[in-house]
Design a protein. Structure first.
Length: 226
């Protein structure tokens, strides 16, 4: 009863279209939820994300849940996730994607999920790490643990938004550190992040992890540029 009263006076709205949500809907109305621009890249033998990282780092599998472009509904989703404090949407969509990934054999060998870390200063300012919430969702959907302590961001960097590919790489190439690489030996690790554009941040993280003996690395993001 209390929830119904709150929804009457403070109606929840769809993040994508703005329509009022019914009590059984979460974050999206059913129409928008069923029309999310999914990439299906996780089903590809070699996705465009693999080609983006080709010759830079070695990865097993790549995937991205949604297509992102300026002005589309995914841009709104990312904005709410990163800047509006709606961290739970990362879990919601991560869980959806994790369930999809778990249905394909090549993703079933993943042992551990590691989100791209934020520097403690930036995480404190934002209040959370959006990639960690995506990792939590993936973990629930895939039934695989996640860890936020093994890969850390040791240097604070300025925003990547207006940088080109080279300058993004220069900005992040030495920012990550491994705290206990022995734990990752012979493991298949899934790195996750919110969005992939040039791949510079993921490349830097993968290169740091790749020094571990017999490690396998796969990558997923919530969104990628279309």
């Amino acid at each position: 009863m209390l929830t119904q009263l709150l929804n009457f006076f403070y109606p929840r709205s769809c993040i994508s279209c703005g329509n009022v949500l019914f009590h059984h809907e979460h974050f999206f109305c059913l129409h928008c939820l069923h029309n999310l621009p999914e990439t299906r890249y996780h089903e590809f033998t070699r996705s465009p994300l693999s080609l983006l990282l080709w010759g830079r780092v070695l990865v097993e599998n790549t995937g991205a849940f949604l297509f992102y472009k300026k002005g589309n509904q995914v841009q709104k989703i990312l904005h709410h996730l990163k800047y509006k404090g709606v961290k739970e949407i990362g879990f919601f969509l991560g869980n959806m994607y994790g369930i999809q990934l778990s249905q394909h054999e090549k993703w079933k060998t993943v042992d551990l999920i590691i989100p791209i870390p934020l520097h403690k200063k930036k995480e404190k300012k934002r209040g959370y790490n959006q990639s960690e919430w995506i990792a939590k969702g993936l973990s629930a959907g895939m039934q695989i643990p996640y860890n936020t302590d093994l890969l850390i961001r040791s240097e604070f960097t300025e925003t990547q938004t207006k940088k080109n590919r080279f300058h993004r790489w220069q900005n992040v190439k030495e920012v990550f550190q491994l705290t206990n690489p022995e734990v990752l030996k012979n493991k298949h690790v899934l790195i996750c992040d919110d969005v992939l554009t040039t791949g510079a941040t993921l490349e830097a993280a993968i290169q740091k992890l790749a020094v571990v003996d017999d490690i396998k690395i796969s990558v997923v993001t919530l969104a990628t540029a279309q």
